[in-house]
Design a binder for this molecule. Structure first.
Ligand code: PMP
Length: 432
């Protein structure tokens, strides 16, 4: 086994005794809402590199999650860790909207180069939800309207503003009184529809709602279980937004930075959003995100007179900027968006073959963003646990929890990917 291409290696029980040692502290001191702690799940992570993760018991796993689609350039990518370490020694934190940094100026310029043309004025932030908040506030200022159209199944983060446009009931319900009627929830099209049919419905759903500032859309719905709209739908949404005079905000927090085989998913149809939200893989694990818009839209914000209307303590944090610049450098240097596209046929055919199993309802995806829909959430949970015991990290997903999300680091080797899929197949077969 070569050092650059490690596979799984289990050195004992999964979860092991060291994981068990840490559980009481979590149980005692963490909000009980955060981590589901069972006897057979989860494991405590200790380190990660490339497409593998090592737990506190020394078990090494293949990773088909990239930790929520973040480690696109690989866990602990050496160029990213070097950039972060170097930045940490010089300046770990600056003064967001007061004294800027050179690394921030370089990142803003670089983002404008890799994003669809015209998207060039940026609000940097820390999490995906915050990027969405900035986009929503921008749309409100730019249009003077206060409602938003988004989709059933949509996931844009869980902060209060982002939750307003969330289309997954279980996240909304406990907070429904606080969310009000700010969102107009539309039906997201399935891949079995035509773009023409789907856009006619979207138009009908939007008709008469003159209070809508913007329509928010994920180019592929991630958290909902990897729902891919029909080809042409995104461009049709662009035309519809122009026609109705509402802004188009594309949430590429999950799909961006090469995940779907192009730098951004909108690049595939040449769609130019008014605002794009990015995050996750942007900093390879250092929290950084952004809302980037066309100048005409972003200039709805007043010129700063020394006090920004929208900022935060960590805006443009220099470590995040250094991590993002190094990440973009790695994506470009190693042609990782193209690599995601090149690995797609293998993954597509192996996952499609799974549909011969009784418990596999369907598979769908693009590039290295896939969803395997199983018979029910119980089967999905059992598959994830069985795979873990065999040395593979998977993520249960889908609005109902019945989907397994497959989002490996884009640097995963063919041998690692083939082995990971083999473990997934075996886990499903064992459950079947
Ligand atoms: N938008 C999309 C499409 C996402 O997938 C996510 C995170 N899963 C978010 C927004 C929210 O990002 P964060 O969790 O960093 O707030």
């Amino acid at each position: 086994m070569s050092e650059d291409d490690p596979l799984e290696r289990l050195s004992g029980a999964v979860p092991g005794p060291r994981t068990a040692e840490h559980i009481p502290a979590l149980r005692a001191y963490e909000s009980q809402n955060v981590t589901h702690l069972a006897d057979d799940f989860p494991v405590f992570w200790e380190s990660a590199r490339g497409a593998t993760v090592v737990d506190v018991d020394g078990n090494r796993y293949l990773d088909l999650t990239a930790a929520f689609g973040v480690a696109n350039v690989g866990h602990a990518n050496p160029r990213v860790t070097a950039a972060v370490a170097d930045q940490a020694e010089r300046l770990m934190h600056g003064m967001g909207d007061v004294h800027p940094t050179a690394v921030r100026a370089r990142l803003l310029e670089r983002l404008a180069q890799i994003l669809p043309p015209g998207l060039k004025k940026t609000f940097l932030a820390t999490t995906g939800s915050e990027a969405v908040e900035a986009a929503l506030k921008t749309a409100t200022l730019a249009t003077g309207r206060s409602r938003f159209a988004s989709y059933r199944g949509a996931y844009h983060g869980l902060s209060l503003g982002a939750l307003t446009v969330c289309g997954i009931d279980k996240f909304r319900e406990p907070f429904a009184p606080a969310l009000g009627q700010r969102a107009l929830l539309l039906d997201y099209p399935g891949s079995d529809e035509t773009a023409d049919g789907a856009i006619a419905r979207t138009r009908a759903e939007l008709t008469g709602h003159t209070d809508v500032a913007a329509l928010l859309i994920e180019p592929i719905q991630g958290r909902a279980g990897c729902i891919v709209p029909p080809p042409g739908y995104l461009s049709a949404v662009r035309a519809l937004c122009d026609d109705l005079g509402i802004l188009m905000i594309v949430d590429e927090i999950y799909t961006g930075f090469g995940r779907t085989g192009t730098w951004f998913a909108v690049d595939r149809e040449g769609v130019l959003p008014d605002i794009i939200c990015i995050g996750k893989a942007m900093g390879s694990g250092f929290p950084i995100s952004a809302a980037v818009g066309r100048a005409e839209v972003m200039d709805a914000w007043p010129l700063s007179n020394g006090e920004a209307l929208h900022t935060s303590t960590y805006l443009g944090n220099p470590m995040g900027c250094a991590a993002a610049l190094a990440t973009i450098g790695e994506l470009a240097r190693r042609h990782l968006p193209a690599r995601a596209a090149a690995l797609e046929p293998f993954l597509r055919s192996r996952l499609n073959a799974l549909t011969s199993r009784r418990v596999v309802v369907g598979v769908r995806g693009r590039g290295l963003l896939w969803g395997v829909q199983l018979a029910n959430p119980g089967v999905a949970a059992a598959t994830v646990k069985r795979a873990l015991r065999a040395g593979l990290i998977l993520l249960q997903s889908g609005a109902a929890g019945d989907v397994i999300a497959i989002t490996p680091p884009l640097v995963i080797t063919e041998r690692q990917l083939a082995r990971a899929v083999e473990i997934l197949e075996a886990a499903i077969d064992a459950i079947e």
